[in-house]
Each structure stands twice: as structure tokens, then as C-alpha cells.
Design a protein around this ligand. Structure first.
Ligand code: FES
Length: 148
């Protein structure tokens, strides 16, 4: 972790305005924002720890717990909701044995509901590790899950 943070910090100047990009880089590298990393960000940017925690908790993009190796995000935006997103998330939960909003005990899967991902014409949509799959239903989602 120390080595990763040092490398990340070295590509920034260490000014307050870099807070969000620094947090994004850490999350890209580590998968979430460990508490210790956020404390070091506060020190690096010379901002109060409360500012770092406040900003990180304000934006839904940031996570504070480790995610599974495979991140399954089910769009719960209006178009996807109307076209059956709830059934899809229940089916994924049943098949993979992980509740929505949680990570499986084996750390293999994280299942989450997310806001519109911008592919409404393909509703209902999911992403698996940032790859988009659309026009799904309870049956066709199995084809996606088999690829994981
Ligand atoms: S509502 Fe699901 S992609 Fe827009």
C-alpha cells in the first residue's frame, strides 16, 4: 500500500484541488479507499482529514470496503427499472449467492444497484467489470453470468 500511494502521490503536486483525482487513482489501484490511505491523502494535500472523508463519502463513486474480483452492477435507472431490473438483480443474487449491495464471502462477486449508466436504449442493462450487457431478462442474464 505504501509503495502504491507513493507512486500515486508522485504524479500529483500535492494541492487541495487534486483531492478527487487522487482518491480516484487510489480506488483504481486498490479497489476501494482504505481509511489509512485517506489519512495519508489528507497529509499529502495538507487538508483536514474531515475534508477527505467528507468528499469521499459525498460521491457515490467511492467505496470504503473491498470489492469482489468481479463487480456486477445492475442499472436501477427508470428505463431499466421499468423493463425488469429488479427481477434481474434478484436472479443474479440467487445464482451467485450474494445480496445486492454486498460482496460474497469468497470475495469473488460484488453485486450492486447503480443509477442510470447511460445505455437506456439497451434497457435493462448491467455491467460486469465495466463491460455493458443490455436487453437482458431473467434467462439471458445467465449467459452473461457464465462468462464470469
Ligand atoms: S436507466 Fe438503465 S441505462 Fe439508463
Amino acid at each position: 500500500m505504501e509503495k502504491d500511494l507513493g507512486k500515486i502521490f508522485s504524479s500529483f503536486r500535492g494541492v487541495r484541488g487534486e483531492l478527487i483525482p487522487v482518491l480516484q487513482r487510489i480506488q483504481e489501484k486498490v479497489g476501494y479507499l482504505p481509511e489509512d490511505a485517506m489519512l495519508q491523502v489528507a497529509d499529502f494535500l495538507n487538508v483536514p482529514e474531515s475534508t477527505v472523508f467528507g468528499v469521499a463519502s459525498f460521491y457515490a463513486q467511492f467505496r470504503f470496503t473491498p470489492t469482489g474480483r468481479n463487480r456486477i452492477s445492475v442499472c436501477e435507472g427508470t428505463a431499466c427499472h421499468v423493463k425488469g431490473a429488479t427481477d434481474i438483480i434478484k436472479e443474479i443474487s440467487r445464482v451467485k449467492g450474494v445480496e445486492a449491495g454486498e460482496t460474497s464471502d469468497c470475495m469473488e462477486y460484488t453485486l450492486e444497484g447503480v443509477a442510470c449508466i447511460g445505455c437506456c436504449a439497451l434497457a435493462p442493462c448491467i455491467t460486469v467489470n465495466d463491460e455493458v450487457y443490455g436487453r437482458l431478462d431473467k434467462k439471458s442474464v445467465h449467459n452473461v453470468l457464465k462468462k464470469i
